[in-house]
Write a protein that binds this ligand. Sequence first.
Ligand code: SAM
Length: 286
Amino acid sequence: MTMSDKRAGVLYIVATPIGNLQDISARALEVLKAVSLIAAEDTRHSRKLLAHYGVATALQSVHEHNERDVTERLVQKLLAGVDVALVSDAGTPLISDPGFHLVRSARQAGIRVVPVPGPSALIAALSVAGLPTDRFVFEGFLPSRQVARRQRLQRLAAETATLVFYESSHRIAACLADMVECLGGSREATLARELTKTFETVLTGTLDELLAQLQADSHQQKGEFVVMLQGAAPRDPAAIDTASEQVLAVLLSELPLKQAAALAARITGLSKNVLYEQGLKLKDKR
Ligand code: SAM
């Protein structure tokens, strides 16, 4: 057999439990046993899970600080025919976890990348939140610095889809306080804590209520969190903001109504008919 006849390896992206070890799939275990190498975010952490299930496959560490260096070597191994599985500490790799560079490089090298789906805190949390799930925006972790965090939240203020964030125990209270500040305290929210673990808690209420609950009980600030927020109320298509009305008024002072409404629609993105109606009102006021 020549080198070019040799089959390239397969890169499996394997989801592992987010707490409860029973949540690993039968297929995940089969793949983890069958591959020659498991690339793991933290080998000591993954060894516990693997030992629990009697998986003796060799481990190689791939974390956010060495991923770029290790990727090159792993891709070479895959090209040489070695099957590799990627796991992270918990849940689905690449979801706020390492693996992006490896998957991208493997795909660019023509290697088959196969998902072995399973737990992810994001989906588990959404499935019990009681908030709309037809559209959601996953924002991962908010910035740790307050200024940057508030800027990000302000940019999300008009988003109508359900918002989903990851957060850790030491920032959860500050994060909720900034959400109240930037998005208002009356938004419906769900806080999913320690899912599938002993202290699993799912709290629902307005942002104000959830913040008060956390501040009153420091136990509720411990563990791992998914924060989910109701999206902003959809904008009334007939509503005109002050800036758009000003654009219309300026154009109307120079142009006939029909032309002013058409131009204002192109500038503001609002409906031409709505602007025409508003133009009539402005003309009446003059
Ligand atoms: N790859 C993982 C996944 O698919 O969910 C996420 C990894 S990210 C580094 C870790 C964050 O996920 C935690 O800080 C928390 O926000 C969330 N998370 C992980 N496990 C969780 C759990 N059991 N309950 C609630 N949130 C969890």
